[in-house]
Design a protein around this ligand. Structure first.
Ligand code: UT7
Length: 438
């Protein structure tokens, strides 16, 4: 759990202090799919290992799943959202082009002092984001970072394309990465990319190259397109290589690993990695049978389930390894630092959290309302008279409040430094706007 913050000048590590997951309730089995496309349970299971997947309901989205997972992770970490410095959402199915899904999450959980951004690295997104969180924490620029992988891939799937619609599902997983002084946590990461394979896994329409149009929709370019065989070939090679690279970078041996949490894209790809790495298959955590491929959510969801199954203990050495659109790949070597991962939090903390999130909602509505009515109540900018004077004063006050949203614990400049010299004044211009010669 998120403990006391280590000093900036001492040893500083980045450990996972909280975790949570959220999946939609709706389950779609292979038999369900076989009723709408030309496929069958036997083919899907033998070619992918998938038996069922979760599909977001009408009121669910990448954002709502992300918030649910984030709240769980913060509860496990015992961390108030206001202590977060950064929120990163890894996703290829964001709520909107912009604003980022991370900003929506930041607002919904009341992370008032956090920066927020989305990260797009295909199914490797979560491991990419974990690397950024760990770097921010180790460098001292952040104490606590919320990392979320959240996806609703079923929203960009062509449900009549049997090559892809059987593979994907929806869900979200989140972790809190916190600074700690003990040597543990995210010890090394490797990131890779090969954009020459970008067309192998792509949503061709809707972006700046092919903006939305009737023709684009008629062609079905808003849907995910995949060259399955090529992606398979790439994944089967890169997954073991990235695992070895992360282990090597951490200064470990493959035999030190007690658990490998691979991106859940296809059970056969994981089998190929098991053979290549020559490790016992029980070192790999697999849950693809129940969720399908949830892209950047698959690793954090699998981590949560591995913890719940008692597969993760303090001191364990693990690797998270992903690959996906881009093409990208990434692996992180993690030494688990949390002592009792399965101990439930006291019930009243849930209530405290509920009240916090209610107040975060009130704060959000109040800010929107204030923005909406400000001009009407205060009058237009630059107006004369009492109203204009009142507007100017209120504007100044608003600016002051906006400035004070930086945490008061920000380091202050040392008092002993001499005051900087006053800036040199340029000589005034003459009547024609020319600067006189010096
Ligand atoms: O997160 C990263 C994203 N993606 C991946 O990691 C996917 C990587 N690729 C794969 O997992 C596999 O390539 C697939 C599961 C997509 C496909 O498996 P495959 O063994 O490579 O099959 P294939 O594409 O070679 O197709 C074999 C046959 C084809 O029929 P013909 O042409 O041999 O008559 C397909 O049309 O299987 C057919 N097929 C299906 N049959 C029943 C393809 N999809 C289906 C289906 N049901 N759903």
């Amino acid at each position: 759990m998120a403990g006391s913050i280590p000093p900036l000048h001492g040893p500083r590590y980045a450990q996972i202090s909280g975790w949570g997951m959220a999946v939609p309730e709706k389950v779609v089995s292979n038999a369900d799919l076989a009723r709408t496309v030309d496929t069958n349970d036997e083919w899907i299971v033998s070619h992918t290992g998938i038996k069922e997947r979760r599909v977001a309901g009408d009121k669910e989205s990448t954002f709502s799943l992300a918030v649910r997972a984030a709240r769980e992770a913060l509860l496990v970490a015992g961390l108030q959202p206001s202590r977060l410095d950064l929120v990163i959402v890894a996703t290829v199915t964001p709520e909107y082009f912009f604003p980022s899904t991370a900003c929506l999450v930041q607002d919904a959980i009341g992370a008032a002092f956090a920066g927020a951004y989305d990260l797009s690295a295909g199914c490797s997104g979560f491991v990419y984001a974990l690397n950024q969180a760990a770097s921010a924490v180790r460098s001292g620029s952040a104490e606590h970072v919320l990392v979320i992988g959240s996806e609703t891939l079923t929203r960009i799937i062509d449900w009549s394309d049997r090559n892809s619609c059987v593979l994907f599902g929806d869900g979200a997983g989140a972790v809190v990465v916190s600074a700690c002084a003990e040597r543990c946590g995210i010890m090394a990461s490797v990131l890779g990319s090969d954009g020459s394979g970008g067309d192998l896994l792509i949503v061709p329409g809707g972006g700046s190259r092919t903006p939305p149009s009737h023709e684009m929709v008629d062609r079905g370019d808003q849907f995910l397109k995949m060259n399955g065989r090529e992606v398979y070939r790439f994944a089967a090679t890169v997954m073991p290589r990235a695992t070895e690279a992360a282990v090597h970078k951490a200064g470990w041996q493959l035999a030190d690993l007690s658990l490998i949490i691979p991106h859940q894209a296809n059970a056969r790809i994981i089998d190929a990695a098991i053979k290549r790495l020559n490790l016992p298959s029980d070192r790999f955590f697999i849950n693809i049978d129940r969720y399908g491929n949830t892209s950047s959510a698959s690793i954090p969801i699998a981590l949560c389930e591995a913890i719940a199954a008692g597969r993760v203990n303090q001191g364990d050495r693990m690797v998270f390894v992903g690959f996906g659109a881009g093409l990208t790949w990434a692996a992180a070597a993690v030494e688990w630092g949390v002592p009792e991962p399965t101990k439930p939090r006291p019930w009243y903390l849930r209530w405290v959290a509920e009240i916090w999130y209610f107040l975060a909602g009130v704060r959000s509505v109040a800010r929107r309302t204030e923005r909406h009515f400000y001009d009407r109540v205060m009058g237009p900018e630059g107006a004369d008279g009492v109203r204009g004077e009142l507007r100017q004063r209120t504007d100044r006050l608003r600016l002051k409040i906006a400035g004070s949203t930086q945490r008061s614990t920000q380091p202050k400049p040392p008092k002993s430094l001499p005051a900087p010299p006053p800036p040199k004044q340029d000589p005034p211009n003459d009547d024609h706007g020319n600067t006189p010669p010096k």
